[in-house]
Ligand binder design. Structure first.
Ligand SMILES: Cc1cc2nc3c(=O)[nH]c(=O)nc-3n(C[C@H](O)[C@H](O)[C@H](O)COP(=O)(O)OP(=O)(O)OC[C@H]3O[C@@H](n4cnc5c(N)ncnc54)[C@H](O)[C@@H]3O)c2cc1C
Length: 525
């Protein structure tokens, strides 16, 4: 058994946990973050990609609206490389109540969310694919954010301040002694070794799994209710701004341009188990219909991938526990001393990816208060590594880089312009990675061919770098394709069926990957 000792153990490597470990380390505590998978493999990698302006909540949830508006400005600055400040429109679609726009503008003024009504002609001029029947349009400061890029930026910052970030470490038990937390047990999923970490404080940031983690310390049930939502990526940037419907929040009312694609979403259904998020065919149809309302002809574009995430919502006494759509998106810190007689442990839930930094500030302030210490939060003013040049992401940045080195560097993934050098560097930095880990950082296989051509090239290059042998290479390729398939089968229609049939033939026919030399046990992580 490996043993460690730190001041603070942070559980969960989504945006919240990574924000928390960064804040803890910047305030001078020794800290370790434990994540059972890769960083942002939970909700923070399965979200809609919207950096909220706050507009969505100005009528339904004013507190969250103000938090989003303030954090939008901070996140755009400190994570410049992860944020594209696209701007956004809220539009009244045909059949929607035009008077809602007046409530919206009043709510925006009251909550400090910048918003300005523009003419329908201006909206259509700037977004020509928009439904020409829209009745009103309001401009807001929505943006798009790459959750993986943002989370890694915060993690690198935390590591610079001395924090340890242990991915693929699953927490199994939390020890208590004399009414205090004393240690956290986890297992290293890569080599099976048990690890025990002595600590003074535990910060539970396990998102929709926070209730499961609290139970490991024998706490009373924590009311984190997973609200499942599905999203579908379409193969074009159909719009260049975030397009929201100007209605009370509902299913399928936002279209977000993320990198080279557009994402329609989402639904909101209470589920029992955040690890079981099957996508129902009826929800896919609902999303495609919702897309048609905003962009006539939406169904004619190619649906590339569907996925689902679970919102870590805190039970709200004002609404029924099955009505996750209307629960507040506000954050909540749970003090286990008050409710469970356990010192040294706090749990956080709710919030948004947009407000991750503020969530971290709140829980770490509370921890400092409990420890009787005053250490100021500095996360809002310090830029994370990778964003030092203060240039926000633009969708053409890889094309620009490509034009600089196109004679020297081979392209591995054409859809996402991922070059050989980018891949080799990531692989050198993380020789234990899976292709999915690399995908989250470099967007390998996320474009229209969904890994059809790039995944085998990546496998070849990985072999050449000699970090892996032929058996592991085959295992990693098969795992990658299996995971891509999970998001493909629910949306197989039109041209994507032809693309998938071609990919399938390449892998199962020409390459016959099921019969290549493979590890005795299938690679699973
Ligand atoms: C469908 C949908 C769309 C959304 N869209 C947006 C949006 O556009 N903009 C926005 O701002 N917000 C959005 N959100 C909200 C946002 O994604 C979440 O609030 C945020 O990502 C939650 O982050 P988290 O770190 O709290 O949880 P998570 O990202 O889920 O992180 C929790 C982590 O804990 C880990 N964990 C669990 N158990 C253990 C264990 N035993 N040991 C170690 N680790 C463990 C998990 O693997 C996971 O990585 C959306 C949410 C959903 C569901």
């Amino acid at each position: 058994m490996r043993k460690l000792a730190v001041d603070v153990v942070v559980i969960g490597g989504g945006s919240t946990g990574v924000g928390v470990v960064r804040d803890v380390a910047m305030r001078g505590y020794s800290a370790v973050l434990l994540e059972r998978a890769d960083l942002a493999q939970g909700t923070s990698g399965r979200f809609h990609g919207l950096l909220h302006s706050g507009g969505r909540y100005v009528v339904s949830d004013p507190g969250s609206a103000t938090e989003c508006a303030e954090e939008n400005v901070i996140v755009t600055r400190i994570h410049a490389d992860a944020v594209e400040p696209t701007g956004g429109y809220f539009v009244t679609a045909p059949g929607d109540d035009p008077e809602f726009a007046d409530k919206f503008l009043a709510g925006a003024a009251a909550t400090g969310v910048p918003a300005r009504e523009i003419s329908v002609a201006e909206a259509l001029r700037n977004e020509p694919r928009l439904n020409p029947g829209i009745l009103r349009a309001v401009e807001v400061q929505d943006g798009t954010v790459d959750g993986w890029q943002m989370t890694w930026g915060a993690a690198r910052s935390a590591m610079e301040y001395g924090a340890k970030v242990l991915t693929y470490h699953k927490v199994t038990k939390i020890d208590r002694a004399d009414g205090r937390v004393s240690a956290v047990h986890c297992v290293d999923l890569k080599d099976g070794e048990d690890v025990r970490i002595e600590c003074t404080f535990v910060l539970n940031c396990a998102g929709p799994w926070a209730g499961q983690v609290a139970a490991m310390a024998d706490c009373h049930p924590v009311d984190v209710i997973p609200g499942r939502g599905i999203m579908i990526a379409m193969n074009h940037r159909l719009v260049n701004r975030v397009i929201n419907r100007l209605i009370y929040p509902a299913d399928g009312d936002i279209l977000v341009p993320v990198h080279t694609v557009s994402i329609i979403g989402t639904t909101d259904v209470k589920v029992e188990n955040p690890d079981d998020l099957a996508i129902e065919p009826v929800e896919v149809q609902e999303m495609l219909d919702a897309g048609e309302i905003l962009i006539p002809g939406f169904r004619k574009s190619r649906a590339l991938h569907a996925w689902a995430g679970a919102r870590p919502l805190i039970k709200d006494s004002r609404v029924s526990s099955s009505d996750t759509r209307h629960m507040s998106r506000g954050m909540a810190v749970i003090d286990h001393h008050e409710r469970d007689g356990l010192d040294g442990m706090l749990t956080i839930g709710g919030g948004k990816l947009t407000t991750y930094r503020l969530m971290a500030e709140h829980i770490v302030d509370e921890m400092c208060r409990k420890l009787g210490e005053t250490r100021a939060c500095r996360t809002a003013s310090e830029i994370v590594p990778g964003s030092e040049n203060q240039k926000n992401y633009v969708v053409t940045h890889r094309l620009h880089d490509r034009e600089e080195d196109r004679l020297e560097d081979q392209i591995i993934c054409e859809c996402e312009l991922m070059s050989r050098q980018m891949f080799v560097k990531a692989w050198d930095d993380q020789p234990q990675a899976t292709f999915d880990d690399i995908r989250r950082q470099l967007r390998l296989g996320m474009g229209p061919c969904q890994g059809g051509f790039c995944s085998m090239r990546a496998t070849g290059v990985a072999l050449e770098t000699k970090h892996i042998d032929i058996e592991r290479a085959t295992g990693l390729l098969r795992l990658f394709l299996k995971n891509r398939w999970i998001g493909l089968w629910p949306i197989l229609y039109g041209d994507q069926v032809r693309q998938t049939a071609l990919d399938n033939w390449i892998f199962n026919g020409t390459l016959d990957i099921d019969h290549l030399p493979a590890p005795e046990e299938e690679v699973k992580l």
